[in-house]
Write a protein that binds this ligand. Structure first.
Ligand SMILES: *Cc1c(COP(=O)(O)O)cnc(C)c1O
Length: 392
């Protein structure tokens, strides 16, 4: 495999079969359905008052959700997964693992919604938050005696920096803090943080895992049974559960996860290479390019990369907007991980809530365009870029 994926880690064996069949044997269902039936009921009959067979209320447990959670736990090499109404809903639940006076050390180039949740909600409940750049030495410098959680994305959003998960997990353990890795950008097909030492994997299933831009859902995956039990409790009692129908949609989406991710990888690399050689592009950020400052680290901890990349257009915001408006195959929209290719001007779209000074420090300038490269024909995407760049 290593010669076909540019020297990245070898891909997990049997992963596609797992994504399609795990926990979904027809023998388990009443009529041996090949596709698992959806269980929509909220309430369950009791044989005697207080005698519960397995489920009592769907907030506490639901057969469709259970299957989804077990498949995701398996994919991530975890023991317990819990799903939530959105990615941010899962991070809200993470906050409830903490108490007043605890500190979160978060990566600075973080999803805009996570930034707002930590700084404008967490802090109201007395949870402190501060930020570090992607280097483990910077995390070590910024850790406090009350740091209980380290939260990172890798690659980061939108500048695609890589965090060394294994090294950071050693630091977290030494200080008794939980290491949370947001694995939305890569999915377990390309990166499995629990294997590298992380304590909790977080997902916005809204993105690549479901992959069809028609479900909002999040997940947390852990190895530790105590934390798993606590998260199950919080999921039920905070009420942040997803609907059974949405769980079915994600199970369906995941059946094609590996096919989609392989195509996202091929297309994003083709787009990155094309842009890197274009005179109207200042710089391209993509972990699969040898020019990426952390390309070697990427190859060490990832088995591939998704459709995410970013590029700086030569010119100001007016030029950049003109380029975006000229695109036909790429749709100007937030979100990512869909079959459709999307572009975003992060400074005014996903990161408008981050103060300008902080944004510029992170490299999220007015000419930075983030691409979520979809799974269309490569030639059509390159032709679209060609004609849009010709307009500026
Ligand atoms: C979208 C996203 C989230 C938030 O997930 P929602 O499902 O939209 O609530 C968190 N982290 C990353 C990296 C994301 O892309």
């Amino acid at each position: 495999m290593s010669n076909t994926n540019g020297g990245f880690l070898s891909l997990p064996k049997g992963f596609s079969t797992m994504a399609i069949h795990e926990e979904q044997e027809p023998e388990k269902w009443a009529h041996k359905e090949v596709i698992m039936p959806i269980s929509l009921t909220v309430s369950y009959k009791q044989s005697e008052p207080g005698i519960v067979k397995k489920y009592s209320h769907s907030r506490q447990g639901n057969p469709t959700r259970d299957v989804l959670e077990r498949v995701i736990a398996k994919m991530e090499n975890g023991n317990c997964a819990t799903c939530y109404g959105s990615g941010l809903g899962s991070i809200t639940t993470l906050l409830a693992l903490l108490k007043q006076g605890d500190h979160i050390l978060c990566i600075d180039d973080v999803y805009g919604g996570t930034y707002k949740l930590f700084t404008e909600v967490g802090t109201r409940f007395g949870v402190e938050v501060s930020f570090s750049n992607c280097n483990v030495t910077s995390f070590a410098k910024n850790i406090r005696s009350n740091t209980r959680m380290i939260f990172v994305e890798t690659p980061t959003n939108p500048t695609l920096q890589i965090v060394d998960i294994e090294e950071l997990s050693k630091l977290a353990k030494k200080h008794g803090a939980l290491l949370v890795v947001d694995n939305t950008f890569l999915t377990p097909y390309f990166q499995r943080p629990l294997v590298l030492g992380a304590d909790i994997v977080m997902h916005s299933l809204t993105k690549y895992m479901n992959g069809h831009s028609d479900v909002s859902m999040g997940a947390l995956v852990v190895k530790d049974e105590q934390i798993g039990k606590r998260l199950k409790f919080l999921q039920e009692h905070m009420g942040v559960v997803p609907s059974p129908f949405d769980c079915y949609q994600v199970l369906r989406g995941m059946k094609t996860l590996t096919l989609r991710m392989d195509q996202h990888r091929e297309n994003s690399l083709a787009v990155a290479r094309y842009l890197e050689n274009h005179p109207k592009i200042e710089k391209v950020l993509h972990p699969g390019l040898p020019s990426h400052p952390q390309h070697e680290l990427a190859k060490k901890q990832m088995s591939g990369h998704s459709g995410m990349l970013a590029a700086y257009i030569k010119g100001d915001i007016v030029t950049t907007k003109k380029f975006l408006k000229s695109l036909k195959c790429f749709t100007l929209a937030p979100s990512l991980g869909d079959s459709e290719s999307l572009v975003a001007l992060n400074a005014v779209m996903t990161h408008s809530g981050v103060p300008k000074e902080q944004r510029e420090k992170l490299g999220i300038t007015d000419n930075l365009v983030r691409f979520s490269v979809g799974i269309e024909d490569t030639e059509d995407l390159l032709a679209d870029l060609e004609q849009a760049l010709a307009q500026i």
